[in-house]
Design a protein around this ligand. Structure first.
Ligand SMILES: C[S@@+](CC[C@H](N)C(=O)[O-])C[C@H]1O[C@@H](n2cnc3c(N)ncnc32)[C@H](O)[C@@H]1O
Length: 283
């Protein structure tokens, strides 16, 4: 099966190709999908569209809660849609290759729930996607989102640049190059250019009436992992891994000396920011 950027990330780069880490990452994303579904009713015999479904995480979790649901899985990645299809129970499931900005094949006012987890982050024309999510919902239907918020990481990069501009220090310059590569540049503009308030405004502009927004910030120790896995994993599908970022030998050695003990011991702190949005179409 041909792989692509999205398939490669969900099936390898997200957890540094480390199968033990994969189980931990998948348990964590299952928890996030569960939180997303907690916010909306799943009516028996109703319909749900999982936009940017990936391997089917949200739609399959919804089916586990409400087996009679008619789920439409949509994604731009054919390999991921095939993976979702292989995992799905069949029955009333549909699989559509379509972007969030043009949900061709999903009829107007046909869905009780429209869900997306970690998808709108990657869509530059987010207002168009919100319009599509609104269009496919029945009057009274619910939108539920859980999106990563990376704005703070991007905004920290200039301060790192200022620190690195002082007396030569391989650790400071390595930290700056690492975070600049993963969170700045044209390719990251859409990803880092929004926050929970922006999502609220987009929902209101699309026509949603009732809207709820919660930003959850968790600072916690990352699971223990090998240094090789840490260097191979990436925080999001558009980011290069630490191993792929151009660093001098001195910079790489300084970073390894500073981080490796905590990475291997499971005491390396990380911060996760997730914006949950749930909103109802008037009707
Ligand atoms: C981070 S993954 C999340 C996948 C899945 N929602 C989950 O929670 O596991 C991002 C997903 O968005 C999809 N995607 C990327 N750009 C998209 C677009 N413009 N429209 C719809 N889906 C898109 C990718 O193919 C990928 O499946």
């Amino acid at each position: 099966m041909a792989a692509d950027l999205w398939f490669d990330w969900l099936n390898g780069r997200r957890f540094g190709h480390d199968e033990r880490l994969r189980a931990q990452v998948e348990a964590e994303t299952a928890r996030l999908a569960g939180r997303l579904l907690d916010h909306v009713p799943l009516p028996a015999g109703g319909t749900l569209v999982d936009v940017g479904c990936g391997a089917g995480l949200v739609g399959l979790a919804a089916l586990a809660r409400q087996p009679g649901l008619g789920v439409t899985f949509c994604d731009v990645s054919a390999p991921l849609l095939a993976q979702a299809r292989a995992r799905a129970p069949g029955g009333a499931c549909r699989f559509i290759e379509a972007p969030a900005t043009a949900l061709a094949g999903v009829a107007d006012a046909s869905q009780d729930v429209a869900a997306a987890r970690a998808v709108l982050a990657y869509v530059a024309a987010r207002e168009v996607a919100f319009g599509e999510l609104f269009r496919v919902l029945k009057p009274g239907g619910w939108l539920s989102l859980a999106e990563p918020v990376w704005r703070d990481e991007a905004q920290a990069v200039p301060a790192m640049a200022a620190l690195a501009a002082g007396p030569p220090d391989p650790l400071k310059s390595a930290r700056h190059k690492w975070k600049a590569a993963q969170f700045t540049g044209d390719a990251m503009a859409a990803l880092t250019g929004y926050d929970e308030r922006g999502l609220l405004m987009l929902a209101r502009a699309a026509g949603f009436g009732e809207v709820h927004v919660r930003l959850e910030i968790d600072v916690e120790a990352a699971p223990a992992m090998s240094w090789a896995a840490f260097c191979a994993l990436t925080p999001h599908p558009l980011a290069p891994s630490l191993a792929e970022i151009a660093l001098s030998t001195a910079e790489r050695a300084a970073l390894e000396a500073a981080l490796r003990p905590a990475v291997e011991a499971g005491s390396n702190w990380r911060t996760r920011r997730v914006a949950y949005v749930w909103a109802r179409k008037p009707g």
